[in-house]
Design a protein around this ligand. Structure first.
Ligand code: NAD
Length: 483
């Protein structure tokens, strides 16, 4: 990297941490240091909030015609597209995910900026029918103001793009904080944006731990909205912190997502979707279909086929094209996933495959865990109720539709669910009854920029992507004019 080396971007300038501290960033494949970045704390976050506040209040961004904001966002999309291979390699170095997955992320990200660039000037407000004679009522959307944005480590740049693009399109100014362990691609697109004449203070990127930098963004009285993606417990802490000045809050939290296979399904296609639904990024996906529910009549056959396919998944360096699954993000996270095997055992689940770190010597320096299959699971087991965030599938069986819908809904999560059937009536019935923000019929883990994404229940608050994602960054104003 160039200007970003050990710096944060605040008020249009690259600055080292006030404390002078730095942090080393590791490659999860081999534990080697790939970069050293600035390690901010509350003072850096405060500086960034002040810069964002000043930029917002000056109107230098929010008063621009929305179409002009769109032009800059479009240029940023083009830069991202030009640099997508470098960005993808950086993401793989930082997260361990396969290069193929990182390339998908990058093409999505350029598209997200293009989408919101185009949407920026499409909402001209509306005239509503006023009951008062000789008057006019207009309803307009205005930018919320200064937005604190906190993203996780599993999709570092994708999650940052879900937040940055709509906020900037709406006319907000932002302070974004990537996860402290995966900051490299967010720094890189900040660098791309810095070369594009966004006014100073519109985009600010701060680095550092959640408990200091993130907490400061959540608490700061000059921040109008906090958008957070991460775990449920962190989300609750942020809600409490945000209550100080009644900030708007957008939360994308965890998931434990049912993937239901009815016996009449296209089982070949369902099998592919089950594999794709979990083993992306070694299962470290909020929408992983890690809770598999199979109708009893086809259970044994399906499990046998799944097991043999899972056993063939090739683990390795995400940079190698033959690799199908990379490592987990860190030694700490590996230990957490591993500890769930003891939970599964005491729950009484049956270990069909995996359950340990691999023995291959070439994987010994990385944070690898084998694809793991647990059968004989029940809805009340901890291994079924909690988000493991690793390459682990639990299997439950059911015998009828009512039973499986009730079981699937009996969770604190409500991010996504999917089911497979050939029965058209059942498609409508089950989709309506599942209490999740996204429901996939005869597919799994399909998401795109145009469709809203977010959780029911404790999986979140608000929506990202699509029109809804832009609306999150706006306030609604009613202007009444008595002639
Ligand atoms: P995390 O909650 O540990 O951290 C997420 C971010 O919050 C990081 O940037 C971290 O520094 C920051 N943070 C931590 N403590 C904070 C605090 N007290 N105040 C403010 N910020 C704080 O989550 P993670 O481990 O990085 O990510 C994994 C979780 O994210 C999983 O639960 C996953 O399901 C969820 N996730 C959800 C979605 C979604 O779309 N719903 C997408 C990706 C990840």
């Amino acid at each position: 990297m160039t200007g970003t080396e050990k710096s944060m971007y605040i008020g249009g300038r690259w600055l080292p941490a006030v404390s002078g501290k730095t942090r080393r960033i590791f490659n999860p494949f081999n534990g080697q240091v790939v970069a050293e970045v600035a390690e901010g704390d509350r003072d850096d976050a405060k500086k960034a909030v002040n810069a964002a506040r000043q930029a917002f209040d000056s109107g230098v961004w929010s008063d621009l015609p929305a179409a002009e904001r769109g032009v800059l966002l479009y240029r940023l999309a083009e830069k991202i597209a030009e640099q997508s291979e470098e960005l993808a390699r950086l993401e793989t170095l930082d997260t361990g995910k396969t290069l193929e997955e990182s390339r998908w992320d990058m093409s999505d990200i350029a598209g997200i900026f293009r989408y919101y660039a185009g949407l920026a000037d499409k909402d001209g407000g509306e005239l509503i029918d006023s009951p008062i004679p000789h008057s006019e009522s207009r309803v307009v959307r205005e930018p919320v103001g200064v937005c604190g944005q906190i993203s996780p480590w599993n999709y570092p740049l994708l999650q940052a793009a879900w937040k940055l693009a709509p906020a900037l399109a709406a006319g907000c100014t932002v302070v974004i904080k990537p996860s402290e362990i995966t900051p490299l691609t967010t720094l890189k697109i900040t660098e791309l944006a810095a070369g594009l004449n966004f006014p100073d203070g519109v985009i600010n990127t701060v680095l550092g731990p959640g408990h200091s930098v993130g907490a400061e963004l959540a608490e700061h009285p000059l921040v109008d909205l906090i958008s957070f993606t991460g775990g449920i417990e962190t989300g609750k802490t942020i809600m409490r912190a945000a209550s100080g000045n009644v900030k708007k809050i957008a939360l994308e939290l965890g998931g434990k997502n049912p993937h239901i296979i009815f016996a009449d399904a296209d089982l070949d296609a369902a099998l592919e979707a089950v594999l794709n639904g979990v083993f992306f990024h070694a299962g470290q996906i909020c929408s992983a279909g890690s809770r598999l529910m199979i109708e009893d009549r086809v259970h044994d056959r399906f499990v046998e086929r799944l097991k043999s396919r899972m056993a063939a998944i090739r683990l390795g360096d995400g940079m190698e094209s033959a690799t199908q699954m990379g490592p987990l993000i860190s030694a700490e996270h590996l230990a957490k996933v591993e500890s769930y095997m003891r939970v599964a055992e005491s729950d009484g689940a049956r270990l069909e495959l995996g359950g340990t770190r691999p023995e291959a010597p070439e994987l010994k320096d990385g944070f690898f865990f084998l694809p793991t299959l647990l059968t004989g699971c029940q809805g009340d087991m901890r291994i079924v109720r909690e988000e493991v965030f690793g390459p682990v599938i639990t299997v439950e069986t059911f015998s009828d539709e009512d039973e499986v819908v009730e079981l699937a809904n009996a969770t604190i999560y409500g991010l996504a669910a999917g089911f497979w059937t050939r029965d058209a009536d059942r498609m409508h019935r089950v989709a309506r009854r599942l209490r999740f923000g996204t429901v996939w019929i005869n597919d799994f883990n399909v998401y795109f920029t145009q469709a809203p994404w977010g959780g029911y229940k404790q999986s979140g608050l608000g929506r990202e992507l699509g029109r809804h994602g832009l609306e999150e960054y706006t306030e609604v104003k009613h202007v009444f004019h008595n002639h």
